[in-house]
Every structure is written in structure tokens, then in C-alpha cells.
Design a protein around this ligand. Structure first.
Ligand SMILES: [Zn+2]
Length: 344
């Protein structure tokens, strides 16, 4: 059974805003039901999404310097070695999959998503997302036929606050034997849950959250959308789960379409709330065995700078050195706000 463990952490202050009267402020500690990792709800109301005007980045001069703009991409970006991809890259519509010039692992592709240099959220279409994810999948499948690599990481740093080093929209695909810390914890947690309960954590999570309704945003076809119980980002965290899809080979047209439909609903909500940056990561089951306990899921974490003057990042000593995430919103309140965007 999935347990949602949380408790209040009351703190007493003498509040200068109310004539130094005694006041109790509650923070809340929560444990992720899968990984057991803690996360806090605290610092309420102190961080708001900041929207930067990026039109200054959308000039002919900026495009001239950008390696991903159409005039430069052939000359300025690396090609894959011919034994990996005979043509050196994959082209699908406006999307081009190229080699990362500074790879993080043996196979690290960059998926340049459009010809356009600045793609604000309102300009991201169904087709752009479809071509980008499909091109990444094609790369992953192509390499996995030649080489036994169990894990495929699909990541997206959208816009600078999320760590995106270039404004020109691009995703990353990693094929590896070493999927990283959170993947490992999620995978082991999900394996252990299956061993104890004889059914999938992810399927139960969808069922239980839908029944509770507090954090269940809605469904788009085969994709189930939730707000995370123990969020990883200061502005919360969204989970998309495709219970029937596991490995990279199973993400067919229909489930991908359903995922993209949900993502577009979330983007409409982001626009309304001035959220203009996020991290997105896909977690596929490993290819090695027929592992049905680990459903494909995506974590989407809005990012912001704290203010537009100094542009401090939204991570501090708690997240970076103590590895302790916190969110300034209650997931249950976020869920109420997002739901209408999925009903349209
Ligand atoms: Zn560009």
C-alpha cells in the first residue's frame, strides 16, 4: 500500500509585521512514497515566478552567434561518428538530432527542436513536440539495436533559469548503463514495491490519487497527470504517468500523442502563471528484461530566478548541499489551479 507520510513543523516567531506579536508558522515535512526521500513545504509566498522578456535574445545578431540556428547548424555542431549514424545526424521536420559537443556519457545527443531561435511557450506546437520526441526516440532505438545499453534518459532544460545554456530550444538524450541517483532510487523503490505487493507502484499511484482527487489533475487518453506529493521544485512538481508503457520501444504514436496533449495543457497553465522555464525528464524502464513494474513517467519541474535584478537561482544550500528540496506551494492547492486547464 502506498503511504503518504507528512507532518507539521511549527516554528514560533515574534512578528514585526504585527507589532512583534507571537505567531506560529508551520512548515511541513513530507516523504516521497516511492523513494522515501524527504521534501519540505515552506517559505510560503516568498518565491514567485519571474518572467523575463526574452525578445532581446531574438535578434539577427543573436541568431548569427547561435550554433543551433539554421544558418550555422551544419558548420558549428558536431556530427556523430559514421559507425553510430552514417549521415552524422537525424533530421525530422525542423528537428535535428546532433552529437553533444561536450557529452556527459558515451552517447549524448542534443535534439534541436526548431528552426526558430526563440520559441516561447505559446509557440510550441503539437508538431514541434511530436517531431522532437520522435527524433529522440529514433536515435535511442537506432543505437540500442547496435549496442546493449539499458537506460535512456530524455531531458529538457527549457530556458535559462532551468539551466538551459542556449535560448534556442533543445532537448538532451542520454543512452547509458548509469542512469543516475534519482532513477536508481525510483527503480529500486518500484522493484521493492512490486515484490511486496505483487502489483505496480505506478498503477496503484494513479488509482489511489484519482480516488483521493487531491493531487490528481486529470487524464489525457493514456496519460495520467498528478501534482507530486513531495515536490522536487520550489514551484512544485508535476508527474505524467503512462501506466501501460514501460520501455522506450513501447512509446508508440498514441501514448506519445496523449502525453503531448497533457503537456500542452500544462503549458497553458504555465503561461497563465508567468512560468516560462522548466526541467522535464522522462523515466523509461530499462531494456534488459521485461520489467513491468516501472511505468514510463515524466517529471516536470517549473523553474524561475528569484528576481530579475540579480537573477538568483531558485536553488540554495538546502537543495544543493543538503539535497533537500522544498516547495513554496501546497501540491493540493496547485492541483486545484491546474485542473481546469486539463478540462478544456
Ligand atoms: Zn538559434
Amino acid at each position: 500500500m502506498i503511504e503518504f507520510i507528512k507532518w507539521k513543523k511549527p516554528s514560533v516567531i515574534m512578528d514585526p509585521r504585527e507589532n512583534f506579536s507571537r505567531k506560529t508558522v508551520d512548515a511541513e515535512l513530507r516523504y516521497d512514497p516511492l523513494t522515501g526521500e524527504s521534501s519540505r513545504l515552506s517559505h510560503f509566498g516568498m518565491i514567485r515566478p519571474q518572467k523575463e522578456d526574452l525578445s532581446a535574445q531574438d535578434t539577427p545578431e543573436a541568431s548569427q552567434r547561435c550554433p543551433f540556428c539554421p544558418a550555422n547548424i551544419d558548420a558549428m555542431t558536431p556530427k556523430f561518428a559514421p559507425e553510430i549514424l552514417p549521415e552524422g545526424y537525424i533530421q525530422k521536420g525542423e528537428t535535428r538530432v546532433i552529437a553533444n559537443i561536450a557529452p556527459y556519457d558515451q552517447y549524448n545527443a542534443v535534439v534541436v527542436m526548431s528552426h526558430k531561435h526563440l520559441l516561447t511557450l505559446d509557440l510550441i506546437t503539437r508538431n514541434i513536440l511530436k517531431d522532437a520526441f520522435e527524433a529522440g526516440l529514433e536515435f535511442a532505438q537506432f543505437v540500442s539495436e547496435k549496442e546493449q545499453l539499458d537506460y535512456q534518459l530524455f531531458g529538457w532544460n527549457y530556458m535559462p533559469p532551468s539551466g538551459g545554456g542556449l535560448v534556442h530550444p533543445h532537448q538532451q538524450v542520454f543512452l547509458t548503463e548509469d542512469p543516475g541517483n534519482l532513477y536508481r532510487r525510483a527503480y529500486l523503490g518500484s522493484q521493492e514495491f512490486f515484490r511486496r505487493n505483487k502489483h505496480s507502484y505506478w498503477e496503484e499511484l494513479c488509482t489511489v490519487e484519482e480516488k483521493k482527487g487531491e493531487r490528481f489533475i486529470g487524464r489525457k487518453g493514456a496519460s495520467h497527470w498528478l501534482v507530486s506529493f513531495a515536490p522536487l521544485g520550489v514551484l512544485g512538481e508535476y508527474l505524467a504517468i503512462l501506466p501501460g508503457v514501460h520501455t522506450v520501444r513501447e512509446l508508440a504514436d498514441k501514448p506519445l500523442h496523449d502525453f503531448i496533449e497533457g503537456l500542452l495543457c500544462l503549458f497553458r497553465y504555465f503561461e497563465e502563471k508567468n512560468i516560462s522555464s522548466f526541467n522535464l525528464a522522462l523515466f523509461f524502464a530499462p531494456l534488459r528484461q521485461n520489467e513491468r513494474h516501472f511505468s514510463l513517467h515524466a517529471r516536470i519541474i517549473p523553474r524561475t530566478v528569484l528576481n530579475l535584478q540579480l537573477k538568483p537561482p531558485d536553488t540554495n544550500v538546502l537543495q544543493v548541499a543538503y539535497q533537500e528540496p522544498f516547495s513554496v506551494y501546497y501540491p493540493e492547492e496547485l492541483c486545484e489551479e491546474v485542473k481546469p486547464f486539463f478540462e478544456k
